[in-house]
Design a protein around this ligand. Sequence first.
Ligand code: NOJ
Ligand code: CA
Length: 580
Amino acid sequence: MRLTDTSDLWWKTAVVYCADVETFHDTNGDGIGDIEGIGRRLDHLVELGVTCLWLMPFYPTPERDDGYDVVDFYGVDRRLGSLGDVVELVRTAKDRGLRVIADLVVNHTSNQHPWFLEAREDPKSPYHQYYVWREDKPPDTSEMVVFPGEQEAIWTKDRKAGKWYLHHFYRHQPDLNLSNPAVRTEIAKIAGFWLELGFDGFRVDGVPQLLSLGPSNEPKNDDVANPHDVLRDLRSFIGRRRGDAVLLGEVNMPYDQQRTLFGESGAAELDLIFDFVAMQYLYLSLARGDAGALATALKNRPAIRREAQWAVFVRNHDELTLDQLTEAERGEVFAAFGPDPEHQVYGRGLRRRLPPMLGGDQRWLRMVYSLVFSLPGTPTLFYGEEIGMGENLAAPGRHAVRTPMQWSPDPGAGFSTAHPKTFPAPLVEGRFGPEHINVEACRTDPESLFNFLRHLIDVYRRHPELGWGQLEILDQPLPCVLAHRAATGEASIVAVHNFSSDAVSTAVKLPGVQPGHELHDLIAARWRDEPGGRQSSDRPLVVDDEGRVEVQLAARGFRWFGAPQPPGTRGSQAEPPALG
Ligand code: NOJ
Ligand code: CA
């Protein structure tokens, strides 16, 4: 593929890294991570191979939802730094070749936002119409809450206003009223502001709630004939202000609804959407030691417009939601990876990170990340994943996975020189704590997950067909194996993953590939097999007369191959856009 194409649609082969300013690195010793701290650690991201930094909310906030409760969309929380620090960070990141995107949280504001304070005082204020009100008593909406156990309804009566206001999330987060053109203008102004300061786009928070889509979303945008128009308008505004800026959507919905939210060519909506479906079925397959569930999900992945992309991930800062699985399937994942009630949250998710769920099994971990990087899409990492951090279940709810970044074995984990009791969340303890798992140790250990991910990222970036390719699940006889191909018109990659704890050998059918063709391993031999039994040979596999290759895999092993391109491979994902 031409570099001009891959750098043009840069997000299709990006490696995104999500950092929470508060828990990443504290430079002034107050126990709270700060913007300057991210700047000082940028070289860690560069060394890993990250290309795009996603900053979680850094706006002024009363901190009742980890910064997702915003009181000023144009400001920076004083605990974290200043607007000047943000500009310096973005500038330094660019100097290091990194793009930066920010969370755009415009489904709601904090109830402490000056708009809401005025809105509840004065029904005649223009800000009153910034929110969604009802005068009559709402019906029971307990089934519609996003955080069961923490919220009882999505309408709350405001004493001062004497009316109920809508809040899809917490009661302290009143929803903005997108049917009000003034609110839509304000949202564009917010996006324009951060683009002007150098940001490369946004992770759009809670898209279904923002647009009131889906069965559990109370319609709030009555005057908007088509909620998709809101997104199209925002997308087109962003494109006018900054041509290569992107919108990465948080859309935990079934594939057909996600497809709609990508928009059509010429009427784009989101550029990237997290693949929540594949993520959930990946865990089911891992729990079963059977690749079938994931293979079926991936076969249902819809074609998307050629500029768009899936963001592939195994966890984010929230609970690891399993809400799209059936209750029985979710039960299987819980039983395998989070059997204790304290592992679970909201009846639908896990508040654990991957390494403890897999019992610290390094081979299994590598296999999961190998999958993440080999599925067509843009891999997205949550801070700490690169070193194999665990969680601290003593932290409340979702905070279990939002513990301070582990830089060194020092008492403050190299995160801060302050006393750990002043930290925003407790450090991880035990086997996955900073004494054992930290950046310093990972950098010097050639066998570390960090060094493995560096290798994966290197191979991923050198083979853009992994981002651009059309996905095809390949036939082979073993239920425990997933074999897939990512192909563009020019080249293809074949990846084979073994979900079982036994070594296997399987015959993978490669439609369109001539007998005698050779497949070359792309992952270095030292990472392909377990210690002690490593394959030293880099002999290519040869396609037999039936168009198959016999692939040997270690227990939870994986292999990636460069393969000849199958004939007639075209399609929305594969075609580069016309230049000029
Ligand atoms: C989605 C965010 O990912 C989550 O952390 C937050 O609690 C909700 N939006 C509400 O703001
Ligand atoms: Ca600080």
